[in-house]
Design a protein. Sequence first.
Length: 430
Amino acid sequence: MGYENVAAGEASVVQAGEENLSVKEDSSFIERVGKLYSTRGPELNLDGTLRGWLALGVLWFLLGVALAPSSKPYNQILIVLFWIPALILCFREREAYGNLFAAAKPLIAGLTLIFLWAGVSLLWAENIDPFRELKRLVYVALFLFGLAFVARDNVDRLVLILRVAGIGLAVAALVSLISFYGIKGLPLTTRLEGTGLLDHPIIGGYLIAISLLWLSSIPPVSRAARAGWLACLVLLFVYAVMTQSRGLWTALLGAQLGFAMLQGGVVVWIASVAMVAFAGLGFWQFESIILERGTSYRPEIFFESVRMMLDRPIGGLGLGTEYDVVVEEWVFPHSHNLFLHVGLELGAVGLLIWLWIWGCCLKVGWHHRKTPCGSALLKIMLFCSIALMFDGNSLWTAPRPDWFFSWLPLGLALAIVVSARDGSKSLSGR
């Protein structure tokens, strides 16, 4: 009889434990969403609330490109959700500047130099509005500061933002595919145009490809959630392919192969081989479409841009100065290469500083490649290093999708080093 009571008691304890475990698993998603607003201390404080507010702004920056019908409402919502809390944190956390500099001295030094040089170049820039250009410098600086400190106390907040934004963009990709090829009935040979600010095939394709790279770096733990995660990756990949951007395809394939060589691992190599096989199949299937547009004058634009840069080799044309690249009878408003664009605008001095900054970000991604954010950064940096050789056209602009290829990677690098320096909570599993 006593043994039966003991057995019954043990069974009830086990049952209670299983129920508690089930409750914990069911509430895990709610807890992770709550981390958007979590702080170090047991009580919510103003700085923590501001970071939660700012987190919504970062989420809107990433996801709003697919939701906003135009750039005007996109930037208006950014003012409320991002610029205001970022500006307040700028003043409230002035003591954190020292930690930021200590955590990323080479990167901060490079950013400081390029901001100063860009400001100085206004002295010889032509036909520009100095106030507008200086305002853009402030926009960029505030954006980088906001990303650096949004996850200062809890890096899980940044991981969750990237995950939610990636899922949201995958849904937008599905809607775009159904609307463009299903409802509108356009043939599959037509280059895909997405919703909102993704309506440009090239820019939209690059942006979706970057979201594919960061989402692939943060797989969920549970099997059920992983099935949905894989479905999102497939949607993003299909969207990127259907934009029919050859530069995008090259950059995506190069980034995956480069990451496989740097990171290693069976899963990474399987994904890389599968992508190469898919690329070969796609080329065989759409060879005529791929070769129809030729080289789009990219080699000619490159050499003409280099020649123009050598005309003003040291200081360039100056910040904000417009220029045209003339190839035969064609006139192009930019160099189609971000590195050459920086050289044309800021000269060899600005280009060398930018390359230094770019190298610092690659180093951060490499050092933190075993973490979700570090893995995402390394993939994005490899992708952008190739993509910006084909289609980069601007740097100092108002917030828009182009920032995904330039300032977003830099902001992620700052966020990673700051969170690591301040000992913020790290993601427990991948």
